[in-house]
Design a protein around this ligand. Structure first.
Ligand code: PA5
Length: 463
């Protein structure tokens, strides 16, 4: 089995505000319109995340480089943020064995540990730098623009350490950035640092299948060709304009419809699989940064994605999903065959609270809990859908990520926004650059605050 999307619990009569049978033709027509809009834009070449064949040469450079340095490093440290780091984190969790970084060299088969910084909190950076052995570490600096202050600050901290220890930059750094522009290109050319290109038409949060996600993955032995093969199959299966046969279109249309017609704009992504748990924050960034915008009609639109994980959050957020405001949809991600399943021992046979568990497996328990939660939500009138993947291997994970990216592109057309831009984050970036003394920061274009002295501050200090 490959992928199955079950949307029964998004429909009437299973849930009250679900899609009634009579509405399907309208939704199918709306989807065809959105699909046509995407197809029109696609002709301009902006959806580079789909062009996996065109990226084969750069992918080959990535795998050749990774094979060439195999055994030279014990630790790979990714420096990056947002779309330049969340994909690597999702791939690490999904495709490397559990507790990878805690395993011995022998248990890792000689492959490197993988750390992803994803922030500028000094605690994390100092913590990672304190446990790696610099002469055995490769730092992969990832920034499409080459101008993101968090990533550049991480780089400066690391570079000073390398220089201070007399270590050669060209052996301990690799860059992933724009093919022609940006500060990282200049430094790479000057210092002979290996550099890999993010195609200009692949945006940060859509870049996991470019060297942004693939270089860290390949360096740890993940099957990048398998990832791209699964993604290609999913891409080809999600290009059509027939709602009932396009799984990405179905996901996008039903989420959009739940938001627009039923006031359910909070979209929970809930993997019942620890391997897939970091796909949820990756999806959250993709869905939020792509769709939360002022749309072409001048309206503030966009769903609010929420990351959750089963069964853990049954003891946390599920209470809210069941009985809180009816403003959410839940998407369950489940794996058909749990890897390395564990049988629950038949112990404590005299104790009814434990005895019945004996003989089942932990994978079975997780799966039963997923189905039970979906059923409980439906009984409470709360919509959900379930995506089942055949296994949590590279092929399926690549397919799943492509499914989400295709769905996001189509949802952009439904919400009437450009899913590829992020104008809303620019002002904060400019203000931070200004405060730090960037010589060329652009003065803010819009949005004002009263002068500080005129603001009646309300602050409470305790202790
Ligand atoms: O999705 C996006 O475009 C952003 O989240 C970027 O990935 C993030 O801002 C980092 O940008 P860059 O790769 O240019 O450093």
């Amino acid at each position: 089995m490959a992928f199955t999307l079950d949307v029964t619990s998004m429909t009437e009569p299973v849930v009250g505000a679900g899609v009634p049978a009579a509405e399907w033709p309208t939704l199918a027509a709306r989807f065809r319109e959105a699909h046509a809009a995407v197809a029109g834009i696609a002709a301009t070449g902006v959806y580079g995340y789909r062009e996996l064949e065109a990226q084969a040469d750069e992918r080959a450079r990535v795998t050749t480089f990774a094979a060439g340095v195999q055994g030279q490093y014990d630790d790979i440290v990714v420096l990056g943020i947002g779309g330049s780091s969340l994909g690597a984190m999702a791939l690490r969790t999904a495709l490397l064995p559990a507790a990878w970084n805690a395993r011995t060299d022998a248990q890792r088969g000689g492959r490197a540990r993988l750390h992803v910084l994803d922030n500028v909190d000094p605690r994390t950076i100092a913590g990672v730098l304190s446990i790696v052995t610099l002469p055995r570490t490769l730092f992969v600096v990832i920034s499409k623009s080459g101008g993101t202050i968090e990533t550049l600050a991480q780089y400066l901290v690391v570079r000073a350490r390398l220089d201070g220890d007399g270590l050669e930059a060209a052996r301990h750094l690799a860059f992933v950035t724009d093919p022609a522009k940006g500060a990282l290109r200049v430094i790479a050319a000057r210092d002979g640092i290996p550099v890999f290109a993010v195609p200009p038409n692949v945006g940060g949060r859509f870049s996991v299948l470019s060297p942004v996600g693939l270089l860290p993955a390949a360096l740890c032995g993940i099957d990048v060709e398998g990832l791209c093969a699964g993604a290609t199959v999913m891409r080809d299966a999600t290009m059509g304009d027939d709602l009932e046969h396009n799984a990405a279109g179905l996901f996008a249309t039903l989420q959009w419809r739940a938001h627009e017609r039923a006031g359910q704009g909070l979209h929970v992504m809930m993997p019942y699989s620890d391997a897939l748990r970091d796909l949820a924050p990756w999806f959250v960034q993709l869905w939020a940064e792509s769709l939360g915008k002022i749309n072409r009609d001048g309206t503030h639109v966009g769903p609010t994605p929420i990351a959750s994980v089963g069964a853990t959050d049954q003891h946390s957020q599920v209470q809210l999903f069941m009985e809180g405001p009816a403003d959410k949809t839940v998407t369950f991600l489940r794996v058909d065959a749990a890897a390395d399943d564990v049988e629950i021992p038949r112990l404590e046979s005299g104790e009814p609270a434990l005895a019945f568990l004996g003989g089942h497996t932990l994978g079975e328990l997780l799966d039963v809990e997923c189905r039970a939660t979906a059923s409980a939500l439906a009984r409470a009138g709360r919509p959900s859908m379930t995506m089942t993947v055949g296994a949590s291997d590279a092929w399926h994970v690549g397919g799943l990520m492509m499914w989400f990216m295709q769905a996001t592109t189509l949802a952009g057309a439904l919400y009437r926004v450009d899913p590829l831009d992020q104008p809303g984050v620019e002002l904060g970036k400019r203000l931070a650059n200004k405060d730090l003394g960037h010589p060329n920061f652009l003065s803010e274009a819009k949005g004002t605050l009263p002068q500080d002295a005129a603001i009646p501050h309300r602050r409470l200090r305790v202790g």
